[in-house]
Design a protein. Structure first.
Length: 406
């Protein structure tokens, strides 16, 4: 406990000494002595004061002294605050598909973590975690999300440390750094420590694509022109989904694409759908408004044309882009590129090559560590307790005085 106005403690100590001194001045009845005449005897009881070596009314003196000390301590503005550490750490642990193994992440992160530090695991999102809970997901990483979470958690360290060191445990793949990453990093006022770990394989093995639909389905022709292989195991379903489809997807890193062949048109017609850097221009009719999941393709007005959500170890994509059965739209290059985007692994096609040295240098930064402003002192709770103690002591003193307690 510290005191914001310690001068009141010294005044309280002086007041207690005064209380003790007053109790040493004992008031007693004088000794009876026979008088030669009674006319000099006063008509009221007389008392005299004398200095005694032993205080009178010890219980009253103790209660009064404690009440004075409690009031002085309350006026001294007590603050319940422990001694802060010199440095605390916020460790960002990458558990995205860019990481080779969870063991690498745990080993590197454990070298920097101490009691009271914060561990944030991140892939496409970020959350506070523990070393034992770190598991590698098959999602793309977002260093921007991790930095935002780090700034949010840093505010909770105020009062526990003088400064904070940011530690980034990651292979720092290109796909984890977006246009906002360096801007967010610039808001962290201090240097960071980079602990690079091994990256996953850059080139995934090709897998087969299953197609379930009518023999004359136009998307079947698009798939034949593109080739029946993809960087992940994919199943395209053009009719109704079954529970077996979702079980198949959740059993491993598999992509389930639900792309209905027939649906009633709803809403205005669209002229283009955008998937990443690819634009597919045709006379589309939006068939359904999609909500929920990560948007992987949009209509030109920004609404979702295709979404993705995780299912167990895999994912399911809902695509609502109607492909005309007539004409050669399904045979064009734009249709093949759109289909390729839908066949990418969960989270999109990996870009696991390492970030450039300039980007790594900007993430590391320079200068001192992030200094933490002192936590705003809160004196309300200890002050209320001390005032309560003083009131209790005064109440007991009054009761003792009325009962004639010595």
């Amino acid at each position: 406990m510290t005191w914001l106005a310690p001068g009141w403690l010294m005044l309280g100590a002086a007041a207690v000494m005064a209380v003790v001194a007053l109790h040493l001045l004992a008031r007693r009845r004088p000794r009876e002595v026979p008088l030669p005449t009674a006319r000099f005897v006063p008509e009221y009881a007389t008392e005299s004061s004398a200095i005694t070596a032993r205080p009178s009314d010890i219980m009253l003196m103790a209660l009064r002294s404690l009440a004075v000390l409690a009031i002085a301590a309350a006026l001294a503005a007590p603050v319940l605050r422990g001694n802060p550490r010199p440095i605390a750490r916020v460790v960002l642990a990458d558990v995205s598909r860019a990481v080779r193994s969870a063991g690498d992440v745990r080993y590197s992160a454990s070298a920097y973590l101490a009691s009271g530090d914060v561990l944030i695991a991140f892939d496409s999102s970020a959350r506070v975690d523990s070393l034992g809970g770190l598991t590698v997901a098959r999602l793309s990483g977002s260093l921007s999300a991790a930095l935002v979470a780090a700034m949010r958690e840093t505010d909770k360290l105020r009062g526990r440390a003088d400064s904070v060191e940011l530690v980034i445990v990651s292979p720092l793949a290109r796909e984890e750094i977006d246009a906002a990453t360096l801007a967010i990093r610039a808001r962290w006022p201090g240097r960071a420590r980079i602990a690079r770990i091994a990256s996953a394989a850059v080139v995934p093995a090709l897998a087969a694509v299953e197609f379930r639909g009518a023999p004359d389905d136009p998307l079947r022709a698009t798939l034949a022109l593109r080739g029946r292989s993809a960087p992940a195991l994919v199943r395209i379903v053009r009719d109704a989904l079954t529970s077996a489809d979702t079980v198949w997807s959740s059993a491993g890193p598999r992509v389930l694409v639900h792309w209905p062949a027939a649906a009633s048109a709803a809403g205005d017609a669209h002229g283009a759908v955008v998937a990443g850097d690819d634009v597919f221009v045709a006379d589309f009719a939006r068939v359904e408004r999609l909500t929920g999941g990560r948007v992987i393709a949009r209509w030109e007005d920004g609404s979702a044309a295709a979404t993705e959500r995780a299912i167990g170890a895999g994912c399911m994509r809902r695509v609502r882009v109607p492909i005309a059965a007539r004409g050669d739209v399904a045979l064009g290059e734009s249709a093949r590129r759109l289909l390729g985007a839908m066949l990418a692994p969960c989270g999109g096609t990996p870009e696991l090559s390492p970030a450039s040295d300039s980007v790594v240098g900007a993430l590391r930064g320079n200068g001192a560590l992030f200094p933490l402003a002192p936590q705003e002192a809160d004196t309300r709770l200890p002050t209320l307790w001390l005032i309560a103690v003083a009131l209790v002591c005064l109440a007991l003193e009054m009761l003792a005085r009325r009962s004639g307690m010595p």
